[in-house]
Design a protein around this ligand. Sequence first.
Ligand code: FES
Length: 323
Amino acid sequence: MDMIIRGIRIEAEGIRSFEFVPADGGALAPWQPGAHVQVALNAVTKRAYSLCNREQDTDCYRIAVKLESSSRGGSQGMHQLQVGQRVSIDAPRNAFALDDKAQRHVLLAGGIGITPLLSMLHALRGQGGAAVLHYFVRSAGHAAFVPEIGTHGHVHAGLDAQATVAALADIVARDAADPQTTYYVCGPEPFMAAVESALQAAGVPSERLRSERFGSAPAPKASAAPAAAGGATEAGVFRVRFARCGSEFDVTPAQTIIEAARASGLDIPTSCEQGVCGACLTDVVDGNPEHFDAYLSDAERAGGKMILPCVSRCSGRLLVLDR
Ligand code: FES
């Protein structure tokens, strides 16, 4: 979609929000809370950002971007955009949906992880749902959207790691025994890990946690493919077949599936290429995927029916993908 930047706001230290409206004045593709869009900054740089719209923002997509010192072009490029500029955006996709069976929702945000949870909070408030947001930030100056959060959220500013763990344990304990409560988490990896540990310690089953990761996924293990009989070839090479077009190619230990596909002139849409965003999600027709992403749930991994080919591999000789 060809979009125009209607507004840019400084929301907190290092965080800007952007409102995009259709360049042709047409309607926006529908979306649900937790959805993200991919913003193409140029021909090669595409980044996924969660929508953080308010209920009244039905005519625009709103995202917020934190300027990362380690930016590889995404956040720096975003922070250089100006009102009135055109950008291309893919239609929203959602891999972090609200649990419509839950009676109570506990939203746990770390830093810029507030964005998908803010749109969830707005939706739940609009529906009269029982929801509470806990927002952990480095300092009060790093807390974005505080007026919007209002009394429906608690900002925990300036806690060190130990205090964060203690606060999470306390928050989780309040609803741990209630099977109708679903927890949601988004934030930097240490925060995600702290939430997962708190839930585990409180005996909350993983089905009651929904999460969305950003940043670095576990590194792909190029040499992880087993060399034993029944596994990949001794050299760690496996073959991938695209079921729909019949194309086949080899993936060496030094390549990802995406890279090997490209080398064969085949294209799989990607964004993060770190196993985080879900843009390359592909159905598995046959073969045993070996997962190195941070996107699929434990149940989805165990099911073996989906793969993130930007990082994940095959533990056998042949992987057939629905491409
Ligand atoms: S491109 Fe983001 S998960 Fe593969």
